[in-house]
Design a protein around this ligand. Structure first.
Ligand code: ADP
Length: 267
């Protein structure tokens, strides 16, 4: 249905006829329900399924090809080609594993199965050990700043997962930003961690959508794989901690993804 302001809505209607004394149906009694939100969500879910299958198919195709090639040259002396094919296989398995992990996380989140295991830990130590996979590649430097003694009460593994997601996104979507800054700040109430890159930045209109489930900016043809679940999972983890999550970005200068969790040190 089209509403007066021009917007289009999906309406679900249930009803039964009522009859006059001659047995002719002359009225309807029932109810109507605006199901626009539900419809849009279903549509996004459908879109998501086709994207997910497509995204998973790409690394599978590469992996299959690499293994076939390896098979063909398995009896030849070990060479750079062998090495390259093995590396390529490994990378693509990694991509697939990440996506399957995201999918599993989403299921658990939906079913309310993610339980936080909170304990006290030193945030600086955790952050300095986080993202070793990026440091090992030697292409990016992670610069960590903040109070070395700050302790937090949180699920260390889940918080690490959020930071890794931010840093991985910085590497993926801001590949030319060779420095990635991780900052920690604290106020009486909150502890804030932010991950800043110096990439292309994100358009203002997109910012509020990034944490939505299934949302991905249009990367068609750019070769970024992903399911659009990472930031949604992060926001669920942070919400569960009683904190906030957000992003600031300036086109041409870069983006800063941040989260806060309650500061329980003074209690
Ligand atoms: P995915 O990476 O699977 O698409 P995410 O939920 O992690 O899913 O990210 C959602 C979207 O946010 C990405 O598709 C990308 O467009 C955008 N994004 C995330 N981090 C950055 C960043 N550091 N710079 C630019 N864009 C980003």
């Amino acid at each position: 249905m089209k509403w007066r302001d021009g917007s289009v809505h999906w309406i679900q209607a249930h009803g039964r006829p009522r009859y006059d004394e001659n047995g002719n149906a002359d009225r309807m009694v029932g109810m109507t329900l605006d199901i626009t939100e539900k419809k849009l969500f279903e549509q996004r879910k459908d879109d998501f399924l086709s994207i997910a299958s497509h995204e998973l198919k790409t690394p599978i195709t590469v992996l299959k090809a690499s293994l076939q090639l390896l098979d063909r040259i398995k009896n030849k002396p070990f060479s750079d080609i062998h090495l390259k094919l093995i590396e390529q296989s490994g990378k693509n398995v990694e991509k697939m594993a990440e996506m399957v992990d995201d999918l599993l996380n989403i299921r658990r989140l939906n079913e309310g199965q993610i339980q936080l295991e909170k304990e006290w830990f030193n945030l600086y130590d955790m952050l300095s050990q986080s993202c070793n996979h990026v440091k090992l590649e030697d292409e990016y430097s992670l610069i960590l700043q903040g109070d070395k003694d700050l302790r937090v009460f949180a699920d260390e593994h889940r918080i690490d997962q959020v930071v890794i997601n931010f840093v991985n996104n910085a590497v993926k979507y801001a590949p030319l930003s060779k420095e990635i800054h991780i900052n920690m700040e604290s106020s009486e109430e909150y502890i804030k961690v932010s991950v800043k890159d110096f990439g292309k930045g994100i358009e203002k209109e997109l910012l509020p959508k990034l944490f939505d489930r299934y949302y991905r900016a249009d990367h068609s043809g750019k070769g970024y794989s992903g399911l659009g679940l990472g930031l949604y999972i992060c926001s669920e983890i942070i919400k569960k901690h009683g904190g906030n999550i957000g992003v600031e970005s300036i086109i041409g200068e870069g983006s800063t993804f941040w989260f806060t969790i309650p500061n329980l040190n003074k209690l």
